[in-house]
Design a binder for this molecule. Structure first.
Ligand SMILES: NC(=O)c1ccc[n+]([C@@H]2O[C@H](COP(=O)([O-])OP(=O)(O)OC[C@H]3O[C@@H](n4cnc5c(N)ncnc54)[C@H](OP(=O)(O)O)[C@@H]3O)[C@@H](O)[C@H]2O)c1
Length: 240
């Protein structure tokens, strides 16, 4: 039987590339998204991968979403916690809502999804959880105390849950992407982006497919001895 994966935020950007990379491995993929129905429908038409709408920041919605995917596609073997948002601003301009949104979705989403999917993986003695962190969770970033805190939290979450899963064949790893050419980075002003690219030793933005290759490896049968690790894919921008 094919493995079943849920990729959160799996209908565009890095998540789309991850959904496709897992499909190429023979995995049955469910791609979750938040609200961009038009992009999700176009994604399903293009790829044949089913899309499921729920908010990963909502604990109950994640439990229901995981149950629905399991009922329709089979028990969940792989969760890729990729969904993420930015609400940037220096701390003086960051209101409580900007802080709470990013913590709730980016970090809370990992907890909510793992809480729903981990018990089944543990019972079946096989599972893969991959959490998408960020270079900015490793190194910090001006104007992103919310995002850097959430992403840094993801790296700690990964190492703690890896210890709980190891005995049961459930690996938990993180990927820390550098700057990748997606809608999220397109929102950065051009002059700021030029300065960022100038600091990347490889001399360019990364491609979503380059993150997806890392995820596909961590989700493979062969990666069973890799757990609690963070793979940095950042063009040499931050060597951690
Ligand atoms: N791009 C980069 O340079 C970069 C660098 C480091 C880390 N990352 C991380 O990589 C991940 C993907 O980034 P990206 O650039 O591909 O982002 P993106 O192009 O903005 O896509 C974000 C995806 O997440 C989904 N999403 C957002 N909030 C959600 C929620 N509450 N519930 C469910 N899904 C939600 C979106 O759904 P809708 O389509 O419905 O809005 C979309 O599918 C994020 O965690 C991001 O922080 C990105």
């Amino acid at each position: 039987m094919a493995r079943v994966a849920i990729v959160t935020g799996g209908t565009r950007g890095i998540g789309e590339a991850i959904s496709l990379a897992l499909k190429d491995l023979g995995v049955t993929v469910a791609a979750n998204y938040a609200g961009n129905v038009e992009k999700a429908q176009a994604f399903t038409e293009r790829t044949g991968i089913q899309a499921y709408q729920w908010d990963v920041g909502d604990f109950d919605a994640c439990a229901q979403g995981v149950a629905r995917v399991a009922a329709e596609l089979g028990p969940i073997d792989i969760v890729v916690n990729n969904a993420g948002v930015t609400r940037d601003g220096t701390i003086l301009k960051m209101d409580r809502e900007m802080w709470e949104d990013v913590i709730r979705i980016n970090l809370g989403g990992c907890f909510n999804m793992a809480h729903a999917a981990f018990p089944g993986m543990r019972d079946r003695k096989w599972g893969r959880i991959v959490n998408i962190g960020s270079i900015n969770g490793q190194a910090g970033q001006y104007g992103q105390v919310n995002y850097a805190a959430a992403k840094s939290g993801i790296h700690g979450f990964t190492k703690a849950l890896a210890q709980e899963g190891a005995r049961f064949g459930v690996t938990v790893n993180a990927i820390a992407p550098g700057y990748i050419d997606t809608d999220m980075v397109a929102a950065v002003p051009a002059d700021v982006l030029d300065k960022i690219v100038a600091r990347i030793p490889v001399g360019r933005l990364g491609q979503a497919s380059e993150i997806a290759r890392g995820v596909a490896f961590l989700c493979s049968e062969e990666a069973g001895f890799v757990t609690g690790s963070t793979l940095s894919i950042n063009g040499g921008q931050h060597m951690y």
